[in-house]
Design a protein around this ligand. Structure first.
Ligand code: PMP
Length: 362
């Protein structure tokens, strides 16, 4: 009964679980599964977050706070941007829904580069919008010049995934400022900083600074990556009052649940866990880059918690061989890069197992 569906739903691909899920069956055969396909924090959540969540679950019979006031206040202190300038929701995925549902009329164009995070495409289609996809540069960076060139009168949103998933690249800060300055008034900029906490702040600014400088930017963040709460689903948007307003109207009242809210607050308090994660990620990334290069793979250290690796031969087979040993990576063929894989940085022990397994496969 497809004729009953909202017409834009027909344009969407059914959700096809990725390699990680496809290999779920094989996982039963191995004692421990090493998940390096979805960029989680392998150190786990902060113990402070866990404690806060256990406490919060006792209050499960009460609805969560309607506006996540406590979390918004904490974020306000953290970023120096007022608590009124945030919307908290069910993961950054949900924030992407909200942004696109808030701004896109049928026929409006959304400009971004590919390969990138798939949800921009899906949500644009769902709203009857038109995805305008511009290739990334040779070094896999968002091509801001080409994005500017793709803007028309119908463009409503431009999205910069920074750092970009799956390529791990970040755009030059001055280039990004110049890009914001050149945006026509009818265009809203979205900066997806799901990996924003991994950005080296000595070298790059983030959405926090751009918002303070008054650029029309909606910045998206998540507790799924650095903060190790992917299973809890907490993400947020921050922007000027003017830009954040429609999201306040579109959002569901209780998108961020009570336990997730408490977990996010606990995670923000645990600076040690955050620093440990960053340090370990950096050290392990440097190690993996060296090892991968010794295999003849092409790879650059990224600004995230994963690597985009050219293994120089089709990665589907390699991924399958790894999966049979319980190691799950993300082949990049469906992004148009059949010899690449996106590999999350694991713990030292997990990475050593990965390197050993790859040695044997090579
Ligand atoms: N944006 C990007 C660029 C991502 O990589 C991800 C997660 N893979 C998300 C958004 C969604 O994150 P969340 O878990 O908060 O929904």
């Amino acid at each position: 009964s497809e004729h009953l569906w909202r017409s834009s739903v027909k344009d969407l691909e059914p959700f096809i679980p990725g390699q990680a899920a496809k290999d779920a069956k094989k996982q039963e055969k191995v004692s421990e599964v090493i998940r390096l396909a979805t960029n989680e924090n392998q150190l786990g959540p902060s113990p402070k977050a866990v404690e806060a969540m256990i406490n919060a679950i006792q209050q499960a019979h009460f609805y969560p706070d309607l506006t996540c006031l406590e979390l918004r206040s904490k974020l306000g202190e953290l970023h120096g941007i007022d608590s009124e300038n945030y919307v908290v929701a069910n993961g950054a995925d949900n924030i992407i829904n909200l942004v696109i549902a808030s701004y896109i009329n049928p026929g409006d164009e959304v400009v971004y580069c590919t390969p990138t995070f798939s949800e921009y495409h899906k949500n644009t289609l769902l709203m009857g919008g038109v995805p305008v996809e511009v290739p990334t540069t040779k070094s896999h960076k968002f091509n801001l010049e080409a994005m500017l060139g793709a803007i028309t009168e119908k463009t409503k949103i431009v999205i910069v995934c920074n750092p970009n998933n799956p390529t791990g690249t970040i755009v030059d800060e001055e280039e990004l400022r110049a890009f914001f300055k050149r945006l026509p008034k009818h265009v809203v900029a979205v900066l997806d900083e799901a990996y924003g906490e991994f950005i080296n702040l000595e070298k790059y600014s983030t959405g926090v600074e751009y918002i303070k400088e008054g650029f029309p930017v909606i910045t998206i963040r998540t507790f799924s990556k650095l903060y190790g709460l992917a299973g809890m689903r907490v993400g947020y948007a921050m922007a000027s009052q003017e830009l954040i307003q429609p999201l306040q109207r579109v959002r569901e009242p209780f998108a961020c649940n009570r336990v997730a809210h408490a977990g996010a607050l606990g995670a923000l308090e645990d600076i040690d866990h955050k620093n440990k994660t960053l340090l370990e990620n950096k050290r392990e990334m440097e190690k993996l880059v060296k090892e991968f290069r010794s295999f003849g793979y092409d790879v650059e250290a990224s600004h995230t918690n994963f690597l985009f690796v050219d293994m120089k031969r089709k990665t589907a087979r390699i991924a399958e061989a790894l999966a049979s040993q319980g190691i799950i990576i993300r082949p990049a063929a469906d992004w148009g890069y059949p010899t690449y894989a996106r590999i999350s940085i694991g713990t030292a022990e997990q990475n050593n197992k990965l390197v050993k397994a790859l040695q044997e496969i090579n």
